[in-house]
Design a protein around this ligand. Structure first.
Ligand code: NAG
Ligand code: NAG
Ligand code: NAG
Ligand code: NAG
Ligand code: NAG
Ligand code: NAG
Ligand code: NAG
Ligand code: NAG
Ligand code: NAG
Ligand code: NAG
Ligand code: NAG
Ligand code: NAG
Length: 712
């Protein structure tokens, strides 16, 4: 989430006040012995002081110590030790510094509890211990505690546990900002933040384990600007009272279990909203017309809910929109109700998995700052408009799983989008002819191209050879004929090639074995990470990591390839998955296949391969999926290594194979030496577990539909 600069103001102005205060100091007297003792106790509690001891020397005025600032009265007023590599405990003694107003220990590795005396200090105004390893609970204070001066409390990104305190805030009359996010607090969001603290402006409790409903009392926070309680387990609806907090600019309840219909009469009160993030909940019903009155809105997230109905044309009035994410809902109707030309600053529009109909509205192409457009998995139709070439910044375009027509036209137009990096247009253009012509020569930046699932006729087209940066190519599930062209090896960055389920013929060319990225043992940096930062995947951090680690894959399965598996296949040393199944391959398995030491999955099933299985295959320690069924192989199945883990179904349909796991046993002389085996078995088990989880990632990606979920 982005926040406006304004949010930092309480802290910033405070720090400024300190600087002004301190610059007036006359260096005549020094800090008291008592203060020195307190600070030295704090130092003693550290197991790693980041060099502090060099400056914190008993003989010197502690006002001169690193990170220590004193007020006009020479009392210690500030201790600022952010990012000093401190480790160890925070000593209780800091709470005894009577004049301490600012304590900043953020971005260290401090552990243990947060001493009670700091939060309840009668002097501290700003307490920042964020980004440490503090643990334990944050305790309630006795109800008799007098009002405290604390204005800013940042305890975020630690390991605090226990119930989030509720009564403590009653004595925090001056509280402006509270950030308790990214801990493991349980319990509920406290009801009474604002009865006592009229200036309360920022509350962030995201990334905890809070449950229960959203308290109505938050509606009393008349100056609350930021409310973020995303990534918890909150349930129920948005209480009507919440909409009384009319100062709200940033509101996020992302990733909870909230439900209900967004009330148009209420939402209208939050006219200051800049970001509204209700994604990953179970909200239903229509987007109210009054959303158009939230004119400051820049980021709107309703993704992964149960919303339905048309997008209201009033949305056109939110002219400041930058990001719109409505993916995975049940929205329907025509998109051209919305006038996208009103959104000059729109960079990301994600409408994946809805039920939108009609054509792509021309007005989308007037969004000259558009970087990412995802309309996949809807019911859109028609041809692409030449105006899409006006989107000069468009880097990510996914139109997959719709009913668009005229692929020739589409490619001619899209080549004018010079920044295009990822283009996913599969599952459209049903049974059209793959354009062959040489006029297509844009796409200089294209890294990912998916035209799978279109039943396209024709050959693998020559223009693909002119995509110098292509890294992932999916042409699976078409009806392409002819052979694999020799130019394939000129795609020097290609590391993922899926041409499965086509009608390709002839032998597997040896040029395929010269593909640079598949030969390289070292993994080069893959996809341009900038593309995935386009907020498309920021919320799905796991998927993002998966895409980074996208495996090297060669899938030629379900075609009509003939001839032998080339000996040179052994050169593709960094291949993680090789699938040559369901072709008409003949001859023996080349010994060199044992050189494919990175393989996690090898499928050669349903061919006419004969001869023995190379015994060296048992040295492929990462191999966790293996299938050579339905061939004509003979002799013993290799033993040991991963071969102890494969099911017999991996070998079915080879009448002349033998092995201990098959009904047909080999001669006793073929049995493996038992002693070395048992010694190594645990190691293999571990390797198998690791390989299996890695394979799961690939296995998921094998599936065309699931692939499109991540990429589509
Ligand atoms: C930190 O506090 C814990 C108990 O809370 C104690 O066991 C540990 O020794 C302390 N570490 C240091 C460096 O003082
Ligand atoms: C802690 O939170 C306060 C208030 O939101 C903020 O001003 C400060 O910069 C934060 N500290 C860090 C290290 O981000
Ligand atoms: C709270 O702190 C986290 C880091 O711990 C930060 O990412 C977040 O932006 C902060 N919230 C606010 C509202 O400043
Ligand atoms: C949560 O805290 C951990 C550890 O301090 C940090 O690495 C991570 O970036 C934080 N996450 C967020 C969302 O602030
Ligand atoms: C969230 O709360 C619901 C009940 O409200 C419960 O069924 C679910 O297990 C909880 N989820 C987590 C992750 O605690
Ligand atoms: C989401 O809400 C719908 C009704 O709108 C309900 O049928 C469904 O069970 C809810 N799903 C979850 C996961 O709570
Ligand atoms: C946009 O706002 C204006 C006035 O603020 C209003 O007249 C107009 O009807 C609104 N447009 C839509 C499409 O709601
Ligand atoms: C678009 O963004 C620019 C710069 O960020 C800003 O000055 C302008 O007001 C915005 N335009 C609209 C219509 O929101
Ligand atoms: C999508 O809309 C069509 C009519 O336009 C309708 O027949 C179909 O049931 C809808 N699908 C879903 C999942 O709502
Ligand atoms: C498809 O696009 C091409 C090139 O833009 C055009 O010449 C052709 O007429 C279009 N075909 C149909 C059926 O519209
Ligand atoms: C591709 O092969 C399938 C089955 O082998 C056949 O039905 C289809 O007609 C073929 N298509 C072409 C274009 O050759
Ligand atoms: C397989 O590796 C061995 C040893 O590294 C090497 O001698 C042999 O030529 C390789 N075979 C192929 C086909 O790469």
């Amino acid at each position: 989430m982005k926040h406006s600069k304004k949010e930092k103001s309480p802290m910033a102005s405070l720090r400024l006040a300190f600087v002004l205060l301190i610059s007036l100091v006359s260096p005549t007297s020094s800090c008291t012995q008592q203060e020195k003792i307190c600070l030295l106790r704090f130092l003693a509690g550290l197991s790693q002081d980041g060099g502090l001891a060099a400056s914190w020397r008993d003989g010197e005025d502690c006002c001169e110590w690193e990170g220590v600032t004193c007020g006009t009265d020479r009392a210690v007023a500030g201790v600022s030790l952010a990012s000093k590599s401190l480790e160890g405990n925070i000593s209780e003694s800091l709470g005894s510094l009577d004049g301490l107003k600012l304590l900043d220990l953020s971005h260290n590795s401090l552990s243990g509890c947060l001493p009670r005396g700091l939060v309840s200090s009668p002097s501290i105004v700003v307490l920042d211990v964020s980004f440490n390893r503090l643990s334990g609970a944050l305790h309630e204070l006795p109800s008799s505690t007098p009002p405290r001066p604390l204005q800013v409390l940042n305890i975020s990104s630690n390991s605090f546990t226990g119930m989030f305190p509720s009564t403590i805030w009653e004595s925090m009359e001056n509280l402006i900002a509270l950030n308790g996010s990214n801990n493991s607090f349980t319990g509920q969001i406290p009801t009474h933040f604002c009865n006592g603290s009229p200036s309360f402006a920022v509350l962030d409790l995201s990334y905890n384990k809070l449950r229960g409903s959203i308290p109505r009392g938050l509606g009393d926070c008349s100056v609350l600007r930021v409310l973020n309680a995303g990534y918890n387990n909150l349930s129920g609806t948005l209480p009507d009272e919440l909409f009384r907090a009319t100062s709200l600019e940033h509101l996020s309840f992302r990733n909870n279990e909230l439900h209900g219909v967004l009330d148009g009469a209420h939402i209208i009160n939050l006219g200051n909203l800049v970001t509204l993030n209700l994604g990953r909940n179970n909200f239903s019903g229509k987007l109210p017309d009054s959303i158009g009155q939230l004119k400051r809105m820049e980021e709107l997230y309703f993704d992964r809910n149960n919303m339905s109905g048309d997008l209201p044309s009033a949305l056109s009035n939110c002219t400041n929109l930058i990001t719109v994410d409505f993916k995975s809902n049940k929205f329907s109707g025509e998109l051209n109700k919305v006038d996208f030309s009103n959104f000059p600053n729109l960079t990301t529009l994600d409408l994946l998995y809805n039920n939108f109909t009609g054509t792509i509205p021309e007005s989308i192409y007037s969004c000259s700052k558009l970087i990412a457009l995802r309309l996949s998995a809807n019911n859109l139709h028609g041809q692409l408009s030449p105006k899409i070439g006006d989107s000069k910044h468009l880097a990510f375009l996914s139109l997959a799983f719709n009913s668009f027509v005229n692929i020739t036209n589409a490619l001619h137009i899209l080549q004018n989008c010079r920044q295009l990096t990822i283009l996913l247009i599969g599952d459209n253009f049903m049974a059209e002819l793959m354009p062959e012509d040489d006029i297509i020569d844009g796409f200089q930046n294209l890294q990912v191209l998916d035209i799978g699932g279109c039943q396209l006729l024709g050959n693998m087209p020559f223009w693909i050879s002119k995509l110098p940066n292509l890294q992932i190519l999916n042409l699976a599930n078409n009806q392409l004929t002819g052979s694999i062209p020799a130019w394939i090896k000129t795609l020097s960055n290609l590391f993922y090639l899926d041409i499965s389920n086509n009608n390709l013929t002839e032998g597997i060319p040896t040029t395929l074995m010269d593909m640079p990225m598949l030969k390289l043992e070292k993994t080069k940096a893959h996809l341009d990470p900038r593309v995935f930062k386009l907020t498309i995947y920021t919320a799905l951090s796991r998927q993002y990591r998966r895409l980074n680690a996208f495996p090297k894959v060669l899938d030629l399965s379900n075609n009509k390839f003939t001839g032998e598996i080339p000996w040179e296949i052994g050169q593709l040393k960094s291949l993680r998955s090789l699938n040559l199944s369901s072709n008409d391959l003949t001859g023996q398995l080349p010994q060199s296949i044992c050189n494919l030491t990175s393989l996690l999955a090898l499928d050669l099933s349903n061919n006419n391969l004969m001869g023995p299985i190379p015994s060296g295959l048992n040295s492929l320690h990462s191999l966790s999926a293996f299938n050579i069924s339905k061939n004509d192989l003979e002799g013993p199945i290799p033993s040991g290594g991963q071969f102890n883990t494969f099911e017999t179904s991996s070998f079915d349909g080879n009448a002349r194979l033998c092995g201990s796991m098959l009904i047909q046993k080999c001669d006793s002389t073929e049995a493996p030496p038992a002693t070395t085996m048992s010694k190594q078995r645990t190691g293999y088990k571990v390797a198998f577990m690791i390989a299996f989880s890695a394979f799961f990632v690939i296995g998921v990606l094998y599936d065309q539909v699931v692939l499109s979920k991540y990429f589509g």
